[in-house]
Design a protein around this ligand. Structure first.
Ligand code: BGC
Length: 731
């Protein structure tokens, strides 16, 4: 009897556990090790190379569990067919970095985080998953849930910013968006919470660097989004390139076994990062690939991405009694379980359907959703004289700057299947909105990162002809992202000088900043008439920004991470400790915890973002000013739209535990809501205060609340607290 037939036949009625058991009884040790092996398929689907033959041979021999970088119905069918030639016909998992869209490119994850709009974020991940799944993929290496507090680190663009609470909510939204309610739908893919753990805290913001951190910081700041993703049922985890306190994450059993698999009871599997098992050798943690394989499997890394360490060593390590076969079985079981959940044993080609691929990839609805998410991600940083929104009848508008007509830069990195040609530029977006009698001029002025000002004169002449100038400035797509750390995060090249030249014309200047990270741009911050931080917004960037510029959408984004004044302040977070010598008065900083050449605070704070309307906060009350045990108190206040535009406000609840057994930050985000109000409309907003919100990890890393006083703060930003009250937790 063919084992494959057996698995697809009568066993339908069996539970997945039973089906996995039956299959594992048939597997040789070599085939088990094979399930833990993941290859990149670039060379399988690309030009014929020596390696292609051996990859295909390995697949046919049942020595590969998963492929990354194979996509498209045609290619996935072809490679899956090879896997089905293996003895046990175990299907492959096809995986890819689908980070912010597959065919339809959405805003970069950091931009989406600025929307604080969990439903929009879920929907973005859902569309990405739908397109990826229609292209034969089963698995995305997303979301990246690393906390990022260092804008020198290029990968802040891939995460949700600096805050564990916001980061956890967004992690869950993304997992639900990618996976749907449960695995197995052909419009969904497995998600992957990465990079476990603390990768975002790489020393000095340099990618792949070591991480040294206290248990306190790890547990209260860096682990929560991973825990939230695990609780939300994320199918997989990826470990990381960094060490954590001297131990590479890939060989770290404290992270992968003690925390993830034991304490959190996580049932999915852990894939290594690209080559990270082998990288334990240059770290100086493993002698050779054999030693690296031993350390990684013992530490709980289930699948080996591209190190070939497991493939070459695991069988031997078991035979030599250096690795317990139970560890291999556990890893294989976790992987096979997912293959069953995805329905691949029932139909290995169920994700690879030509008709669905055609239909899903060209759905115009997806672009509309991308536009909506993009406009929600824009943050209005400055608009003191309400120059924005512009009238569509403004006579002459000049678009100036290197990103005015750029397409590729607006997509950022990780754009697997994009048609860059179809990206809407800022110029195109604006030109579609202006009235027939209006004119739109354009001058580039300079390149993003060059040292020439030879084109300034033409830009200045263009500005002089306009009533208003919109400057499109920022980073090129390859200046933020993996391996794109920078020591200098000023606006690159001559762009700030270009701004100065244009400002000297006396024309009002609106700056649209497009970048993958927080940048420093002091002159613009001080002198621009208005600033929109538009990140990299993807395929619909131009249309989305135009909606905001002309008031068809009232900006509602809030910064998901702090914008420092200088690199010297990094890492900088709103959630800092008070110190024993806090600065109370900027004029009196002697022997205080201060800098003598800069204020301590940021240029723009976490949670900050303006609107075309204004919101008034009043009447904070608590149903109980003190609680005990499992009681809770209802906090309420009134939010009123006091301006002329309909708008959305992100109301933020912060809290400080005033005295506790471990020093607590001055402020921690504990809840938020995004509220839409018409002009003049008010609403009562409610938050629940309970023990959970008052809890923290004590010095034994136990989660719990301590009796005493708490400061509750309601703000429009972390540095714009509008209402506050003290509150007691009794014994
Ligand atoms: C990155 C991962 C990514 C992997 C596969 C690595 O370099 O760190 O985030 O998923 O490559 O492309």
């Amino acid at each position: 009897m063919l084992p494959g037939f057996c698995l697809r036949g009568y066993s339908q009625k069996k539970s997945i556990d039973q089906r996995v058991d039956s299959l594992m009884k048939l597997m040789t040790l070599e085939e088990k090790a094979g399930q833990l092996n993941q290859y990149s398929g670039k060379e399988v689907t690309g030009p014929v190379t020596g390696r292609q033959t051996y990859l295909l041979n390995d697949i046919k021999a049942g020595l590969v569990g998963s492929m990354l970088n194979v996509r498209g119905v045609k290619d996935t069918r072809e490679i899956q067919a090879a896997a089905l030639q293996s003895r046990l016909k175990i299907p492959l998992l096809f995986s890819l970095d689908v980070i912010h869209g597959y065919k339809t490119i959405f805003p970069i994850p950091l931009a989406e985080a600025a929307s604080w709009d969990l439903e929009a974020i879920r929907l973005s991940a859902h569309i990405a998953a739908k397109e990826a799944a229609a292209s034969g993929l089963h698995w995305t290496f997303a979301p990246m849930v690393d906390i990022g507090r260092d804008p020198r680190w290029g990968r802040v663009m891939e995460g949700a910013g600096e805050d564990p609470f916001l980061g956890s909510k967004i992690a869950v939204a993304r997992v639900k968006g990618f996976q749907g309610e449960e695995l197995g739908g052909t419009d969904a893919v497995m998600a992957c919470a990465k990079h476990f753990a603390a990768y975002g805290a790489a020393m000095a913001g340099r990618d792949y660097n070591a991480v040294d951190m206290s248990s306190q910081l790890l547990w209260e700041t860096y682990l929560p989004p991973f825990k939230a993703a695990a609780d939300a049922g994320v199918a997989t985890f990826m470990n990381s390139f960094n060490t954590l306190n001297g131990i590479p994450a890939t060989g770290n059993s404290y992270l992968q076994r003690d925390i993830l698999k034991d304490a959190w009871k996580y049932k999915g599997f852990v894939v290594s990062d690209w080559g990270s098992i082998g990288e334990m050798i240059p770290w100086g943690y493993a002698n050779d690939l054999n030693d690296a394989a031993l350390k990684a499997i013992n530490a709980g890394s289930d699948m080996d991405m591209e190190s070939e360490a497991y493939k070459k060593n695991l069988v031997q390590l078991v035979k030599e009694n250096k690795v317990d076969v139970k560890l291999i079985d556990d890893a294989v079981r976790r992987i096979l379980y997912k293959k069953f959940e995805l329905g691949l044993f029932d139909d290995p080609y169920r994700f690879s359907d030509y008709k669905r691929e055609q239909k899903v990839m060209n759905d115009p609805q997806s672009r509309l959703i991308a536009r909506d998410v993009a406009q929600r991600s824009v943050v209005l940083l400055k608009n003191p004289d309400n120059i924005l929104p512009l009238a569509k009848t403004t006579q002459t508008i000049a678009v100036i700057g290197p990103l005015g007509k750029s397409k590729r830069d607006l997509e950022g990195s990780w754009i697997p299947q994009s048609d860059t040609i179809l990206v809407t530029t800022l110029f195109d977006g604006l030109s579609r909105k202006i009235s027939k009698s209006s004119k739109l001029l354009y001058a580039k002025g300079c390149n993003i990162n060059d040292d020439k000002d030879s084109d300034f004169a033409e830009a200045v002449e263009t500005a002089k002809k306009a009533d208003i100038v919109i400057m499109a400035l920022g980073e090129s797509w390859d200046m933020s992202g993996e391996a794109k750390s920078r020591t200098d995060i000023h606006l690159p090249g001559k762009q700030e000088a270009l701004f100065e030249a244009i400002r000297a014309t006396g024309k009002p200047v609106v700056v649209v900043m497009m970048a993958g990270r927080p940048l420093i741009f002091d002159k613009i911050a001080d002198h621009a008439s208005a600033i929109l931080y538009a990140w990299w917004l993807g395929a619909e960037a131009g249309n989305a920004i135009a909606n905001v510029v002309f008031g068809d959408y009232n900006p509602s984004g809030k910064l998901p991470l702090t914008f420092p004044r200088s690199v010297g302040q990094i890492p900088l977070s709103y959630s800092y400790y008070n110190t024993g010598r806090p600065v109370k008065n900027l004029k009196d900083i002697k022997y205080k915890s201060a800098y003598i050449d800069s204020p301590n605070g940021p240029r723009y704070a976490f949670g900050f973002g303006l609107s075309y309307t204004s919101f008034d906060y009043s009447d904070l009350s608590l149903s109980k000013s003190s609680i005990k045990g499992n009681e809770s108190s209802d906090l309420s206040f009134t939010l009123k739209n006091t301006g002329k535009f309909a708008g959305e406000e992100v109301v933020q609840l912060y809290l400080q535990d005033v005295v506790s057994s471990v020093v607590r930050p001055v402020k921690e985000l504990k809840d938020f809501q995004k509220i839409a109000l018409k002009p003049g409309e008010s609403r009562t907003i409610r938050f629940t205060i309970d023990k959970e919100k008052l809890s923290f990890f004590n010095r034994s890393l136990q989660w719990g609340a301590e009796p005493g006083s708490f400061k509750l703060m309601i703000g429009a930003a972390s540095d714009d607290i509008r209402l506050e009250k003290t509150f007691e937790l009794g014994l």
